[in-house]
Design a protein around this ligand. Structure first.
Ligand code: MN3
Length: 205
């Protein structure tokens, strides 16, 4: 049974960057539904006991097309939202330190360049989707965008996402209406770089 990530802060704690109603709807409805649907499909497919990474990375083994598509969308929705919410914090902002910061500078030129790159990918994602910062086992970093609830795991890259920006309209429309760029600009103030660093360290083992 996959458990939805529980928010360690109140639903209004990310204001004014993300309003209370958006957090309640996004976490309490959208994310909860992805989780419940994913659990049902995992059971239908007989995949209990596998990790979400194993399921998303092994979708080709699911022969039933509807089931495969459902697992991709709802397993991705479950995984992506766990990552999204666990890397947000009322005390977020600033920048990472140590190994992650060094690698960001080596890969993108500077911390600000990385933010710009990830923001550009978030803004140019046509329709619903995500931008991701991911790492491989050697510690290399990658910026990418994905449609729908896809991610670098379900896309078969072998990379692990360590930061995710949700640009589905449900993530920002109540607070920002059509102004996706304002939401993407503001969200950096709530990114928990301690958590992103932890995820990076876990990825490179
Ligand atoms: Mn979402």
């Amino acid at each position: 049974m996959f458990e939805q990530y529980k928010l360690p802060f109140a639903s209004d704690a990310l204001e004014p960057v993300i309003d209370k109603t958006t957090v309640e709807t996004h976490h309490g409805k959208h994310h909860a539904t992805y989780t419940a649907t994913f659990n049902k499909l995992v059971s239908d497919a007989g995949l209990e006991g596998k990790s979400v990474e194993e399921i998303l990375g092994g979708l080709d083994a699911v022969s039933d097309e509807a089931l495969r598509k459902g697992l991709r969308n709802n397993g991705g929705g479950y995984y992506n939202h766990n990552l999204y919410f666990m890397t947000l914090s009322p005390d977020g902002g600033g920048q990472p330190r140590g190994k992650l910061l060094d690698k960001i500078v080596a890969t993108f030129g500077s911390f600000d360049n990385m933010k710009q790159k990830l923001s550009d990918l978030a803004l140019t994602q046509f329709g619903s989707g995500w931008s991701f910062l991911s790492a491989d086992k050697n510690g290399e970093l990658y910026a990418s965008q994905s449609p729908n609830q896809d991610n670098p795991i379900s896309e078969g890259t072998g990379r692990t996402p360590i930061l995710a920006i949700d640009v589905w309209e449900h993530a920002y429309y109540l607070g920002y209406k059509n102004l996706r760029a304002d939401y993407v600009k503001a969200i950096w103030d709530k990114i928990d770089w301690n958590k992103v660093e932890e995820l990076y360290e876990n990825t490179i083992g």
